[in-house]
Design a protein around this ligand. Structure first.
Ligand code: COA
Ligand code: AMP
Length: 624
């Protein structure tokens, strides 16, 4: 299958070997192929006579601006920015860190890196300076490309001061920073280090694509793990082109000329795969939207975009639909627009709850497809592949494994569980092309975190079940990762921030259910005996610290002080029980708890935060 799929892309030298499996789990797809991702995204289509087709549409309700680029125009911009980078000394294998909002220049910078073989690492704009510093130190970029600011509906976010703070904290110093000056908040530039994007572009020479080995890294994208040290997911060049090109046709069922819109952000994997690379590899028109599903200006924003830009296939997160549904349950805004070109809506980032699915089906009258994937895989693991055969939609399931993936639900002994029984969801090795090939600077962590617990399998970190019809149901994470508004966050990282306070003796962060965002982090603090601050002060300080160190995207606003954390007698914090109490679910007093009164107190504290104390929450000890 992959040998054939590889024939759909451009190679300078076609691969003779499809898979090198000599060193598991470090599999290498198409190891002797030579190609270039930028060539496949742009030059190829221009060479094939599609230069005048629209490649990228930019629509920004928050700045009240729009722009569009044909393939020929986008190629010209990318080739010039590649010239800018090359002139600053960027070479094959150098890292370039990109910290930008949803503006076309972010895609231009990514593609320019791919053009010259530099490895880009995009950092989401909603992360704060400390997270940026951690990524700068890990990726050690030669150049950083940033915008002067991002524009959120309620405020301007000055990115440049965040970058300056991050560089003050980081051990590594890039040689150059290139700053895209935005009119909303131009930045002060530091002479010698900072350069103005527009000035450099005005004098730039275009440069051609560099021929790269298929296994040369295309990018690093950091994602949350169980600790404060994010994982640098590495994607290679050849496998990514083959897999993404294949997925556009077989999963999303789009062809050259179709308008494909993923309402995500370039800082996330969806943005890499399905705002920038996938649609361009497939010669579609891709859409960059700098706005929100609601409030920019109203809950009809998505529907306006679909109608105005003639979108055939859309990709969004369920949380976005929940936000729209809350404000416009009857679909009155939706009724104002002509959505007749829309063929399907794909959802991912979190499980699509059946109520949201039913609402979207009812209002849109097109297939609404939940599909499951992760930063690590880079493209869908399970989906209803509309380009192959449309399966019946089963609410709550992202359908069956996509060709190339073999999914199993296993118990702790690596034995398959019965159909319908919950197990750890694992994927048989080797993973298909386009999935991650290692973790940057951390090959042992790659092996240990993903391939050790279940020998021969990749551990997804998700738990769920597979039914009698082979439909997969992804129900929960097995680790400390939570999903807030479709964003993957580490509770461990938040705990590290909270613990870094002399007044905090101990803390725990758990993910609790939220009607719009899916989950929200809830912090529980135990104060030190000699704490100087009052509980209210420590809570306020903690909320501010998480926002400052991790970023507003963590949406860390629920926090309270408790006398003790509930623990088993062996010292394990009972996070699951606390989550159940907060979610109003039935819970029983764990038999192994060391101090039963603590959970009752926590239920009371949560009640004060506005959480319902469940009727049966009085709890009683399980019989032993
Ligand atoms: N730069 C700077 N700050 C950002 C940011 C960015 N790129 N993106 C988000 N933020 C900030 C927001 O301003 C907000 O700050 P606040 O606490 O001061 O209000 C905070 O981070 C949380 O943002 P967000 O998650 O967008 O929440 P919201 O309450 O503003 O909007 C939704 C709620 C549901 C509308 C929104 O989360 C959404 O559209 N989610 C879809 C997510 C998505 O597409 N995920 C991709 C996975 S496929
Ligand atoms: P990320 O790496 O940020 O894309 O987050 C990946 C995680 O989000 C997965 O491991 C799941 O926990 C969750 N996720 C993504 N898509 C789905 C889905 N369709 N159904 C259930 N969970 C999902």
């Amino acid at each position: 299958m992959w040998q054939q799929a590889a024939q759909d892309i451009h190679w300078y030298r076609a691969p003779n070997v499809v898979l090198d499996d000599a060193n598991p789990p470090f599999y290498r797809w198409f190891p002797d192929g030579v190609t270039n991702a930028c060539y496949n995204a742009l030059d190829l289509h221009v060479a094939q006579g599609r230069g005048d087709q629209l490649a990228l549409l930019y629509d920004s309700p928050v700045t009240d601006s729009k722009a569009q680029y044909t393939y020929a125009q986008l190629l010209h911009e990318v080739a010039r920015f590649a010239g800018v980078l090359a002139a600053l000394g960027v070479e094959v294998g150098d890292r370039v860190l990109i910290y930008m909002p949803m503006v076309p220049e972010a895609a231009i910078a990514m593609l320019a890196c791919a053009r010259i073989g530099a490895i880009h690492s995009v950092v989401f704009g909603g992360f704060a300076s400390h997270e940026l510093a951690v990524r700068i130190d890990d990726a050690t970029p030669r150049v950083i490309v940033a915008a002067s600011c991002g524009v959120e509906p309620s405020r301007i976010v000055p990115y440049k001061p965040l970058l300056d703070e991050a560089l003050a904290e980081a051990r590594h110093a890039p040689e150059h920073c290139i700053i895209l000056q935005r009119a909303q908040y131009p930045a002060d530039l530091i002479a010698g280090r900072d350069h103005d994007w527009a000035r450099l572009m005005a004098n730039a020479q275009t440069v051609d694509c560099v021929q790269l080995n298929a296994n040369d890294p295309l990018y690093i994208l950091y994602t949350s793990g169980t600790t404060g040290q994010p994982k640098g997911v590495v994607r290679d060049t050849g496998g990514s082109i083959v897999a993404l090109r294949w997925s556009m046709k077989h999963i999303y069922n789009v062809a050259a000329g179709d308008v494909y819109w993923a309402a995500s952000d370039v800082g996330w994997v969806v943005g890499h795969s399905y705002i920038v690379y996938g649609p361009l590899f497939a010669c579609c028109t891709t859409v960059m939207y700098e706005g929100k599903p609601v409030g920019t200006p109203d809950p009809g924003a998505f529907w306006r975009m679909i109608a105005e830009h003639r979108v055939s296939v859309m990709f969004a997160a369920p949380t976005a639909l929940r936000a729209i549904r809350k404000e416009d349950p009857a679909g009155e805004h939706l009724a104002k627009y002509d959505l007749s070109r829309l063929q399907s809506l794909f959802l991912a980032g979190e499980r699509c709850d059946p109520a949201t699915l039913a609402w979207a089906q009812d209002k849109l009258r097109v297939p609404v497809i939940d599909h499951w994937w992760q930063t690590e895989t880079g493209w869908p693991i399970c989906a209803n592949c509309l380009g192959i055969e449309q399966l019946p939609v089963v609410p709550g399931s992202p359908a069956r494994p996509v060709p190339g993936y073999e999914v199993h639900a296993l118990d702790a002994q690596s034995e398959a569980v019965a159909p319908g029984a919950i197990g750890a969801l694992v994927l048989k090795s080797p993973l298909p092309p386009g999935t991650f090939t290692t973790l940057w600077n951390a090959p042992e962590r790659f092996r240990d975190a993903y391939f050790t617990r279940f020998p021969g399998y990749y551990e997804t970190g998700d738990a769920g079940y597979i039914d009698d019809n082979g439909y997969v149901f992804v129900m929960a994470r097995t680790d400390d990762v939570i999903n807030v508004a479709g964003h993957r966050l580490s509770t461990g990282a938040m705990e590290e921030v909270l613990a870094d306070d002399p007044d905090v003796a101990e803390c725990a962060v758990v993910g609790v259910a939220d009607a719009i965002k899916g989950q929200l982090p809830l912090g529980l603090l135990v104060l030190s005996s000699g704490a100087l601050g009052s509980p209210a002060d420590v809570v306020a300080r903690s909320i501010e610290k998480v926002r400052k160190r991790i970023g507003p995207v963590a949406a860390f606003k629920l926090c309270t002080v408790v006398r003790r954390l509930p623990k088993t007698r062996s010292g394990k914090i009972l996070r699951g029980t606390m989550r159940k109490i907060a979610d109003g679910e039935a819970w029983t007093m764990p038999a192994t708890i060391d101090d039963p009164a603590v959970l009752q107190e926590i239920a009371g504290a949560l009640g004060e935060l506005g959480y319902p104390v469940p009727a049966n929450g009085s709890g009683h000890a399980e019989s032993r």
